[in-house]
Design a protein around this ligand. Structure first.
Ligand SMILES: Nc1ncnc2c1ncn2[C@@H]1O[C@H](COP(=O)(O)OP(=O)(O)OP(=O)(O)O)[C@@H](O)[C@H]1O
Ligand SMILES: [Mg+2]
Length: 242
């Protein structure tokens, strides 16, 4: 697994040596092909799930009465869109802005996340989203990706039981979003490195969640930071200019 990629050093090496430039470009190209292949392969079974759900809805229209049905259908569609993005291998800096309601986005994410939490998990999830958030111009899909990354990390951090809170506030020239958890916390010496690509302390983690999140928030002209103490929970804070 790659660690501590120093792009600046890599660029200097590439400028100095033509062979190195060619090898690094080849490696990057291979990496892109692998990502495209995986996302393409995941898209196939996802398309099957989507068709099955649509068939289920046609044959048993009563499923629409289930409180989480519409959200589940939207989530499947969201995953399809994410995979489309991944297969194109757009990086986090490519922003496609639209105007949308931040309140609606955060409330939808809260509903999906609440559904995804198993009741037995003993995780208490609360969200505080005011109704005066106003419209926001930004990449809705990518910002959803960021919040979901933070919520998933929070879920991993609290484990079987604990609390997670998603909150937001609107200021004159910015929007503040925070994800707070009562989980394991982060040792002081890891606080900045967790934003580096491929930096993971989980089995099965890719370590890309926070790196991508920071890239996306920076591309919106915003900041993402963490405040945490080992054994005492964490707060991830996002500030987005409006
Ligand atoms: N809320 C949190 N509480 C405690 N540790 C966290 C929290 N969020 C992130 N971390 C630490 O930061 C590391 C990097 O997080 P990141 O989301 O980038 O990758 P990951 O969660 O390990 O893998 P994935 O790519 O699946 O998201 C995690 O492995 C974890 O050690
Ligand atoms: Mg993660």
């Amino acid at each position: 697994m790659l660690r501590n990629i120093d792009t600046h050093k890599m660029n200097i090496l590439m400028e100095k040596n033509e062979d190195v430039r060619q090898i690094i470009n080849q490696l990057l190209e291979n990496h892109q092909t692998i990502v495209s292949t995986i996302s393409h392969e995941v898209r196939n079974p996802l398309a099957l799930i989507s068709s099955s759900l649509q068939l289920l809805e046609t044959q048993h229209p009563e499923v629409k009465d289930f409180y989480g049905w519409t959200q589940t259908m939207e989530d499947v569609d969201f995953m399809r869109q994410l995979l489309d993005e991944l297969s194109l291998f757009n990086n986090g800096s490519t922003i496609r802005p639209t105007v949308f309601s931040m309140e609606r986005l955060l409330k939808n994410i809260s509903i999906s996340f609440a559904i995804s939490l198993n009741e037995q998990d003993g995780i208490e999830f609360t969200s505080k989203i005011p109704s005066d958030m106003g419209d926001f111009t930004g990449d809705k899909l990518k910002l959803e990706q960021v919040i979901l990354n933070l919520l998933r990390n929070a879920k991993d951090a609290v484990g079987e039981s604990g609390s997670i809170m998603l909150s937001a506030t609107r200021h004159t020239d910015s929007i503040h979003i925070a994800v707070k958890d009562s989980g394991c916390g982060i040792p002081h010496e890891r606080l900045e490195s967790i934003f580096e690509p491929f930096r993971t302390y989980k089995s099965g983690g890719t370590g890309l969640g926070l790196a991508l999140s920071r890239q996306i928030i920076t591309a919106h002209g915003g900041t993402i930071s963490v405040d945490s103490k080992e054994g005492d929970g964490s707060v991830f804070s996002i500030v987005l200019p409006v």
